[in-house]
Design a protein around this ligand. Structure first.
Ligand code: FAD
Length: 384
C-alpha cells in the first residue's frame, strides 16, 4: 500500500501581495452584486468581468508570454482563483478555458492552434465548453460513441450527441472527445480530441436543457454530418484517452472544489451574529476547521503540480471531501437558522439557502461522480 502525502503549502510574500491586489480589484468590480448573484458564482456568465480579469493579467497566468500568458506560478494562479470564488465573482465566461481547455491546448495544440487561441483566452475573450459526456457515456467515458470519420480531403465528418454541455450556447470552442477508429468495445483505443469552432461548424445544433432551478446552463449538442477541418485535430490521433485524463486532472484539482457553497457559509455567520447558542458556535467552528483543512490539502495539490508531480489521486480526494463539505452545508445551515428557503426572498440567508440547496446535488456529479473518484482513490490505496 502506498502512503499519500499532501505537502505543506508555502505562503510567499509575492502571493500575499497579489492577494491584496486581487481583493481590492474585486471589491470594486463586484460592488452592488446581491448575495444571490454571488452564490451563483460558478454559473455567472459575464464577458465584461472576464475581460477585466484578463486585462489585469489574471487569466492564463502560468502560460508562456509568447501565447499571451504571464509566466507566473501555480500558487499565484491559485490565489486569483481562490479570491474570485470566495468573493462570488461571475467566472463562467472564462472558467473552463482558463482552467482546462487552455492548458490542454498548451500541451497538445499545434503551434497555429496555440497562437490563434491562447492569447484570446488570456484576454478573457474566448469561452470554451467541454464535449465529453454523452447519453450512456458519462462516468464510463470510454463508451463514447460520437464518431469522427476522416474524409478524402483530410477533414472530419462528425456524428453523435454530447450531453450536459455547460455553456455550449455561449461558447466559442469545444474540445470534443470522440471516436476516430474502432468501436466503443475497444475502450481506450481509437479516441481523439478535436477542436470544434462552435460558431462556424455546419451540422452542429445546440439545444438547451433546464436544470433543477429551471435555469439554462446545460445543453445537448448534436453533430449531424458536421464537417470539421483537418487542422482541428488536437494532439495525436488515437491518443484521446490519455489526453482527456490529463484534462480531467486540471478539472478536479482547484479550490473550486470546496468553495461552491461559500456564500452560504458567509450568510450563515451573518445570520448567527449575536447568537449565544453553543450548538451554533460549535457547528460553525467545525465547518471552519473542515474548510481550513480542505484548503490546506488543496494547496498541497497545487504544490505537487508546481513540482510537476502527478496529483490525480490527491485531487480526487480533495474533490470528494470538498463536495461532501459543500453538500452538507445547506442542511447544517437550515438546522441552525429558522428561515424558509426562498429564491425570491429579500432576506439574503433565505435566498442563498434556497439556491445552494438546489445547486448542491450536482456538486458530487460534475467533473466525475463521487463513486468513480472513490474507486480511483481505493485503487491507489491498494484496496481494489
Ligand atoms: C453541473 C454539471 C455540469 C456538467 N458539465 C459538463 C460539461 O460541461 N461537459 C461534459 O461533458 N459533462 C458535463 N457534466 C456531466 C458530468 O461530467 C456527468 O454527469 C458525470 O460524468 C456522470 O455521468 P452520467 O451523468 O452519465 O452518470 P452515469 O455514468 O450514468 O452514472 C450515474 C451514477 O451511477 C453510479 N456509477 C456509475 N458508474 C459507476 C461505477 N463504475 N462504480 C460505481 N458507481 C457508478 C454513480 O453513482 C453515478 O453517479 C456536468 C454535470 C453536472 C452535474
Amino acid at each position: 500500500m502506498s502512503v499519500l502525502a499532501f505537502p505543506a503549502p508555502v505562503s510567499r510574500p509575492q502571493d500575499e501581495a497579489l492577494r491584496s491586489e486581487v481583493r481590492a480589484f474585486l471589491s470594486q468590480a463586484l460592488a452592488g452584486r446581491t448575495s444571490l448573484e454571488k452564490a451563483e458564482s460558478w454559473n455567472g456568465f459575464d464577458r465584461d468581468f472576464s475581460r477585466a480579469l484578463g486585462a489585469k493579467g489574471w487569466l492564463g497566468m502560468t502560460w508562456p508570454r509568447a501565447y499571451g500568458g504571464h509566466e507566473r506560478t501555480a500558487f499565484e494562479r491559485y490565489v486569483v482563483v481562490e479570491e474570485t470564488l470566495a468573493a462570488g465573482a461571475p467566472v463562467a465566461a472564462h472558467w473552463i478555458a482558463d482552467r482546462q481547455s487552455g492548458p490542454t491546448l498548451l500541451r497538445y495544440g499545434s503551434e497555429a492552434q496555440k497562437r490563434a487561441i491562447l492569447p484570446r483566452i488570456a484576454a478573457g475573450e474566448c469561452t470554451f465548453c467541454i464535449g465529453m459526456s454523452e447519453p450512456d457515456a458519462g462516468s464510463d467515458l470510454a463508451a463514447t460513441r460520437t464518431r469522427a470519420e476522416r474524409q478524402a480531403d483530410g477533414s472530419w465528418r462528425v456524428n453523435g450527441t454530447k450531453l450536459w454541455t455547460t455553456y455550449a450556447h455561449e461558447a466559442d470552442f469545444m474540445i470534443l472527445f470522440c471516436r476516430t477508429s474502432g468501436t466503443p468495445a475497444d475502450r481506450h483505443r481509437g479516441t481523439s480530441q478535436l477542436l470544434v469552432d462552435m460558431r462556424a461548424t455546419p451540422g452542429l445544433t445546440v439545444r438547451p436543457i433546464a436544470d433543477l432551478m429551471g435555469q439554462h446552463h446545460f445543453n445537448e449538442v448534436h453533430f449531424e454530418d458536421a464537417v470539421i477541418p483537418a487542422d482541428a485535430l488536437l494532439g495525436t490521433e488515437g491518443a484521446g484517452w490519455a489526453q482527456v485524463m490529463g484534462e480531467l486532472a486540471f478539472e478536479r484539482s482547484g479550490p473550486e472544489r470546496f468553495l461552491s457553497s461559500i456564500q452560504l457559509l458567509i450568510e450563515l455567520i451573518a445570520a448567527l451574529r449575536g447568537s449565544e447558542s453553543d450548538a451554533a458556535q460549535a457547528a460553525v467552528g467545525r465547518l471552519f476547521a473542515h474548510l481550513v483543512t480542505l484548503r490546506h490539502m488543496s494547496r498541497g495539490v497545487a504544490a505537487l503540480l508546481e513540482r510537476g508531480e502527478d496529483a490525480a489521486v490527491h485531487a480526487a480526494i480533495v474533490k470528494d471531501l470538498g463536495a461532501s463539505f459543500e453538500q452538507d452545508l445547506p442542511d447544517i445551515a437550515r438546522s441552525l437558522v429558522d428561515a424558509e428557503p426562498d429564491l425570491a426572498s429579500t432576506d439574503a440567508f433565505a435566498a442563498v439557502l434556497a439556491y445552494t440547496t438546489m445547486a448542491a446535488p450536482a456538486f458530487s456529479l460534475r467533473g466525475g461522480t463521487r463513486e468513480i473518484l472513490r474507486g480511483i482513490i481505493a485503487r491507489q490505496l491498494g484496496l481494489r
